[in-house]
Design a protein around this ligand. Sequence first.
Ligand code: SF4
Length: 491
Amino acid sequence: MLGDQLHRRIPPLADRRPGEVRVLLVESEAALARRDWHRQRLHVVLASMRRFAAELASEGFAVDLRRAPTLRAGLDAHVAEHRPTRVVAMEASSWDGRRMLDAAGVDVVRSDRFLCPADEFAEWAGGRSGRLTMEDFYRWQRRRLGILMDGDEPAGGRWNFDADNREPPPRDGRAWPAAVTSRLDDLDAEVLAGLPDHAVGADPVGIWPTSRRAALARLRAFVDEALPRFGPHEDAMLAGEWRLAHSLLSSALNIGLLHPAEVVDAVEDAYRSGAVPIASAEGFIRQVIGWREYVWGLYWLWMPEYRDRDELGADRPLPAAWRGGAPTNMACLANVLAKVDEYGWAHHIERLMVLGNLALLAGTRPAEVVDWMTARFVDGAEWVMLPNVVGMALHADGGMMATKPYAAGGAYINRMSDHCRGCRYDPKRRVGDDACPYTTLYWDFLARHRGRFAANHRMARQVAGLDRLGDLDAVRARAAEVRAGLDAGTV
Ligand code: SF4
C-alpha cells in the first residue's frame, strides 16, 4: 500500500482477512529527501501510515512497515525476506509511481480513489471536440453520478451558483468556525522527532487528521458548522482569518483517509435536509466532483509531457520570500506565506491569486512553483499541483486547460481581501516606489505577451488597455526593479 492509499476498503485489501495477505508499507528515504517538505506535510503522511499500519495489525494482519532508501528498495527487501507468491498494489497516483510498480512486476489493480477513473475521463475527453472545459466535465459528472440532481434537472434550478459565491470578505468582524483539533500522542511525537532536518514550517497542532476516525469527525464538523457558510465567501481573503469556512478535508482526501463519495454524500444529505443552502452545497460539490476530478483526469491525459510545459518562457527563480530567505513588504504575500508556514495550507484563492498570480506575472519557472507547492502544502501531490499550477495558475500549457491566464493586478486582491489596508504599497499605483507590485507586473506581463494574448478574444479587452497607458515605459522600468527586488527580497 502506498502512502496515499490509507483506506481499509481499497481494492487489494477490501475483501481480505487477516492471514490471507501480508501488508507492506514503505517509508522512502529518497522521497523524504527529495524536497524541502513542510513538517506538517511529512507528519500527516508518516503518522497516518503508522497509525494505519497499527490499525491493520490490531485487526490481525501481518504488517511490514519498513524504512528503505527508496520505495523500490523497500519492495525488493520485502520480497527477498517474505517470498510472497504475488505482490498486488492499487494503481499509484503518480506517473513515476506507476512506472516503478510496472518495472517491479507488481500486479496492479485499478484505483478506486476517484469517482471518475482516469480511463473514463480519457473516454469522455476523446469524445469531445474543442477544449475540455471543467464546466462540461462537471455537468457530465453530476448527471452520470446523479449528484445534486432532481430528475434530469440540477437541484436548485441551476448548475452553477458561482455568481452567488464571489462575495468580498465581510467586514463585520464575525467569528468563523474553529478548526477541530486532535491531541497529539506518542506516535505523533515519534514521527516529529524523526523528521529530516531540512523540513520547514511550524510543527502540527492536531488540525490535519492522521486516522480515518479523526477524518470522519472532521467531515461531520465541517458539514454541521462550516458548510452552511462556505458558499458566499469561498473566494474571500482575510488577513486575520486563515480558515474562514473552508473544509480542511483536502489532506485527508488526498491520502485516502476519506473517499470523495462519502464527502459528497454527506454534503448532499445536508442540503436535502434543509440544513445547508444550495449555493454552499453546489459550490463545495463542484470543488470535489468537478475541479478535483478534472485535474486528476487531465494529469493522466497529458502526462508525462505536461510537466515540462513552459509556453510563456518563464525563466525566473522563486521570489526570495518564498524560499524563506527574506521578508516581504507585500502585505498579502507576507500574510499568505505566514499561513503556509504555520499551517502548511492556504485556501484556493490565496494559492491562485496571491501566490500563483505573482509567479505568473513575475515569470517564475513553472517547475519551481510546482515543486514548492507540492512540498509546502499538507495536501500536495504531483497530480493535483501540476494541472493547477502549470495549467491554471501559470498558463504554462499555453491554454490547454484554461482559456485565459488568471492574471490580475492589485485591484482584485484589494476587492477580495482586507490586505491592502495594511500594506505599504498602493494597489491603484503602477509606477513609483509605492506602486503595488501586482499592478506594475500585471501591465508588464500584458506588454511582454501582447502578441500572444491580443489574438485571444477573452484577453483582448485587457490587452487593449495597454494602449490607454501613457506611462508604459515607466511601468516596464518599474517592473524590472520589482522583479530584481523579488529576487533579492527587497520588495
Ligand atoms: Fe498586496 Fe498590492 Fe494590496 Fe499590497 S497593495 S496587499 S502588495 S495587492
